[in-house]
Design a protein around this ligand. Structure first.
Ligand SMILES: O=C(O)[C@H]1NCC[C@@H]1O
Length: 337
């Protein structure tokens, strides 16, 4: 057996969402910023994303994280994310997986009870606090980049459904939010196929009328993912909000989605439904939760923005050596439509 690729991967999931972490076998690239590294990998290493996330080695419902040296000297590490349908500059569940793996494999020494890690990402610096006990990473709290609203209650024509209103916001990726009830759905497993189908149709309908562009990073534009939401419920004094996050090109996030929760907090704050410091638990389609809050306010360009913090836990699931035989007919894997 010959191998033209040999990649060391630590399998991991964060609240059910798979984020496998590459710990060896992929070289760094020279660049002045992590955004430059991100854009380089997105342009020149799509074969790596395909190889890891397509069958037979991967599947649609997962991401992979490439740990890289940081460009910002203040940071401990950098990473770029290979998501289901694209490259992602930052990702909540994947940052939790990256932290869990780096701490529990010794790439970053564990300090108990709290280990701080500063990541350099294409979306900006992301500070993480890992709560550790007896050599285990028990939970990860991450200070995501500022999140802000592009538009609220925007009417969208959806053939077969009628006019629905959507909110559009940025939480390190661009999200459209729509109320599940307005689609005649609930955030339930059995509604999964319809959530995905309608989510993708809403994304297409929004893109016909809107092209959100990040005021400071114009490379981050368009709509990435869709959040189909249920209203906040007050349960025993806690704010709980269920949400099905439809991830490009059309699959459900198994976690509550950190970047999606960040963007949704910007929407909820703009609507007066979530105050700075107030805790909210976003709940995923499989019932897992991120504990979130707005840690402060800021501006992005001329936009009012919130500073979102997300907390969740990751678990290592495997240690893998991914190889590619030059005679393999599927050099970049395959995906059934
Ligand atoms: O938590 C998140 O932000 C990620 N989960 C899968 C896709 C998103 O990037």
């Amino acid at each position: 057996m010959k191998s033209s690729r040999y990649i060391s991967v630590v399998g991991c999931h964060a609240e059910g969402e798979v984020g496998d972490v590459i710990v060896g076998g992929v070289r760094d690239v020279p660049a002045k910023t992590m955004k430059e590294k991100f854009l380089h990998f997105r342009e020149h290493h799509e074969d790596l994303r395909q190889l890891l996330l397509s069958e037979p080695r991967g599947r649609l419902e997962m991401s992979a994280v490439l740990i890289l040296p940081p460009c910002d000297p203040r940071a401990d590490a950098g990473f770029v994310v290979m998501a289901s349908g694209d490259w992602s500059p930052m990702s909540g569940s994947n940052a939790i997986c990256t932290t869990t793996v780096m701490l529990e494999t010794g790439m970053i020494p564990i300090k108990e009870p709290l280990t701080e890690v500063l990541y350099d990402t294409a979306a900006g610096l992301v500070k993480v606090e890992a709560h550790c006990e007896q050599g285990e990473c028990k939970s990860v709290s991450l200070d995501n980049v500022p999140a802000f609203v592009y538009g609220l209650d925007l009417p969208i024509e959806l053939p077969g459904v009628g006019t629905v209103t959507v909110d559009i916001a940025f939480g390190a990726r661009w999200y459209v939010f729509v109320d599940a009830a307005s689609l005649g759905l609930k955030v339930l497993n059995e509604h999964g196929p319809q959530l995905i189908e309608l989510g993708n149709r809403i994304k297409a309908a929004v893109l016909e009328k809107h092209t959100p562009i990040h005021p400071e990073s114009p490379e981050f534009r368009g709509i990435d993912n869709i959040g189909i939401t249920e209203p906040i419920q007050e349960i025993s004094g806690e704010k709980i909000a269920r949400q099905a996050m439809v991830i490009n090109p059309g699959r459900l996030d198994r976690s509550p989605c950190g970047t999606g929760s960040s963007a949704r907090m910007a929407v909820l704050h703009a609507k007066g439904l979530l105050k700075v410091g107030e805790m909210i638990k976003f709940q995923s389609i499989i019932g897992t939760r991120f504990i979130c809050h707005i840690r402060g306010l800021t501006k992005v360009g001329d936009k009012d923005a919130v500073l979102p913090t997300i907390q969740g836990r990751g678990w290592i699931t495997s240690y893998k050596q991914i190889v590619l035989d030059p005679s393999d007919p599927f050099q970049t894997g395959y995906r059934l439509k």
